[in-house]
Design a protein around this ligand. Structure first.
Ligand code: PLP
Length: 347
């Protein structure tokens, strides 16, 4: 079923067979990959594990995603790019995204010469299921991207809505759950993959796990999708120090959980602080590690905060988000300085 959706050249691809993927078992002396016999720090002279096995074992242990259903990308970004290149034919196929949402889906599609069909969210920033279903029938996108919790709105879509779309979609549905760890009582689409192998879920260690610099994205998918992803990805896509940084973060899951709780508490606090500001026009309820709010002059607030040494994100260019600012939840000290600056703005 997945085979029929693939680009034909991907279906027929003979993958590169790296030295480290041909060898299995144990050995003492590795003279198979033309590496240096010495490096400046331990193990850096060796190519990294193409399968990220230890990292994926830790992911299974800490996050519960079965080892056989996971693959690691150089950030979710690499996974998004590869999925588009696996399934969508340049100059012919399209992908579908809701707007407003995370921008990279469309950018990677454009880089690949793949068209993008935008379906606006409803006025209340929910999925417009009917519009999505009719766009799927009409435009036949190879991939439908759904981001939940959505960036930049912070909104979680009901799993039942996501699955209605995924089940009606003959193509691939990618559910980007980058911010799931911050959401209350979150229902992941991972549970639906067994029944619908066209669903692929994205997670990342860049947000709650505090490892954005290591570039570690997780693809959770059916064995059929996993198999093709492993053929199409660069053999050594995740550097050894990054794999190690991810392993360290996952082994420290206790601290990760504490940090998630602190982040959520600060999010609640920031939401009420923003609501009480005299100039705030709207605060968007968020299940992620950021808050979006509307002010009379977002560009003015943005540059005022910049003058005070604080960088936020002006999201005003997005449809339906005129005059909105997105603020990431930071440390206690950072939030205190932000609040001080916000309360002193002469709007
Ligand atoms: C931050 C973010 C990611 C993470 O991307 P990485 O490449 O894994 O750092 C993925 N999706 C969304 C919607 C994001 O906001």
């Amino acid at each position: 079923m997945i085979d029929e959706l693939l680009n034909p050249w991907i279906r027929d691809l003979v993958p590169y067979s790296s030295a480290r993927s041909e060898f299995s078992g144990s050995a003492e002396i590795f003279l198979d990959a033309n590496e240096s016999w010495e490096g400046e720090s331990p193990e850096i002279n060796r190519y990294p594990d193409p399968f990220c096995r230890t990292l994926r074992m830790e992911i299974e242990r800490a996050m519960g995603f079965p080892f056989n259903m996971t693959a690691i990308g150089n950030g979710s970004d690499e996974i998004i790019d590869l999925l588009i290149r696996m399934f969508a034919c340049p100059g012919k196929d399209c992908i579908m995204v809701e707007r407003p949402t995370y921008g990279t889906y469309s950018v990677f599609a454009s880089v690949s010469g793949v068209d993008v069909v935008d379906v606006p969210l409803t006025a209340s920033l929910d999925l417009d299921i009917d519009a999505m279903l009719s766009a799927i029938r009409e435009k036949k996108p190879k991939i439908v991207f759904i981001c939940s919790p959505n960036n930049p709105t912070g909104r979680v879509y009901p799993l039942s809505s996501i699955l209605r779309v995924a089940d009606a979609n003959p193509g691939i549905t990618v559910v980007d759950e980058a911010y799931a760890d911050f959401a209350d009582g979150f229902s992941s689409a991972v549970s639906a993959i067994e029944d619908n192998p066209r669903i692929a879920v994205l997670r990342t260690l860049s947000k709650a796990f505090g490892a954005a610099g290591a570039r570690l994205g997780i693809l959770i998918s059916s064995p059929e999708v996993q198999k093709v992803f492993m053929k199409a990805k660069p053999p050594y896509n995740v550097p050894f120090p990054s794999q190690q940084a991810g392993i360290d973060a996952l082994r420290n899951i206790g601290r990760v959980r504490e940090r998630i709780k602190e982040t959520r508490d600060r999010r609640t606090d920031l939401a009420s602080f923003l609501s009480a500001l005299p100039y705030t026009m709207e605060v968007f309820p968020s299940e992620a590690n950021f808050m979006l709010f509307r002010v009379p002059d977002a560009a003015g607030l943005y540059s005022y905060l910049l003058d005070r040494g604080i960088v936020v994100r002006n999201r005003s260019s997005e449809p339906m988000l005129e005059n909105t600012i997105r603020i990431t939840i930071g440390s206690e000290e950072e939030m205190a300085k932000l609040k001080e600056a916000l309360s002193e703005w002469n709007y």
